[in-house]
Design a protein around this ligand. Structure first.
Ligand code: AKG
Length: 258
């Protein structure tokens, strides 16, 4: 693992002490603009093509692989297994600042769990507050960590993700603790930031999509990681295409655990 991280440019200085303290305290960390405008445009163009090509099958890998079966979400466009769908998306599981933050949350031995696209369509996208794990875990024993790659400017109106800062340390889930996890939480904040921004969130921090009250979709990629001893959401070995295997570096393949 150490070798792979080093090969991908992860070292002690890629995150500042202040950033690490923020992540520990609040359970999320904005990493700033990681994708350029040109990259955001290229991502969106390719994702639109994939949605068109895949039609009703879009997102199906997510529904048929891994330990938790995902049902299709109403009012949302999903694509999954982006690892195998364009070299463009490689940055989402190899960027050193993302890997450093993930390693900080779940420990150095981790792998990609899944790489998916989620767009809240106009009028839809509200999710219950949730954690990306079936049960609460004691603070510090985190299993999963997510990163969200903003492909539109996230605003208060367009379905920006909400997060309840500090909730990763409460040792309970919204479903256990709240009468109505879909309701606004008094402590929640929204990720409001420009397209190209990447935000890490400890997946045990309470979070969820909000309703998109605009007339355009709110697009994002989730690059989701788990501890190496856990089952991936997408079985990367099963889905790995030969062309992907040939293209990726040994370090990137290690992150996928293929
Ligand atoms: O896309 C978002 O805003 C959040 C999505 C999310 O948390 C999920 O699908 O589990």
């Amino acid at each position: 693992m150490e070798q792979a991280l080093e090969a991908l440019g992860v070292h002690d200085a890629v995150l500042s002490a202040d950033e690490i303290a923020f992540l520990d305290t609040h359970g999320y960390l904005p990493l700033g603009g990681i994708l350029t405008r040109a990259q955001v445009d290229a991502f969106n163009a390719r994702l639109a093509e994939l949605l068109e090509e895949e039609g009703a099958a879009a997102g199906s890998e997510l529904r048929t692989s891994g330990n938790i079966r995902h049902r299709a979400e109403q009012g949302v466009d999903r694509l999954s297994d982006l690892v195998n769908k364009d070299p463009l998306f490689e940055i989402c599981f190899t960027h050193p600042r993302v890997l450093a933050a993930v390693g900080h949350v779940i420990g150095e031995a981790f792998k990609l769990s899944s790489l998916n696209y989620r767009a809240a369509r106009p009028g839809d996208g509200l999710q219950a507050l949730h954690v990306d794990w079936p049960e609460a875990v004691p603070p510090g024993q985190f299993k999963v960590c997510n990163s969200i790659w903003l492909l539109d400017d996230f605003t208060e109106e367009n379905g920006a993700t909400r997060i309840v800062p500090g909730s990763h340390r409460w040792g309970t889930t919204p479903q256990e603790a709240l009468a109505d996890p879909t309701a606004p939480h008094p402590d929640e904040i929204q990720i409001v930031a420009p397209a190209g921004t990447v935000v890490i969130f400890n997946s045990h921090t309470w979070h969820g999509g909000t309703r998109n009250r605009t007339d355009r979709p709110r697009r994002a990629i989730h690059s989701y990681f788990c501890r190496r001893d856990q089952v991936q959401q997408i079985d990367q070995r099963r889905f790995l295409r030969e062309e992907t295997r040939r293209r990726l570096s040994a370090a990137a393949r290690f992150i996928l655990d293929v």
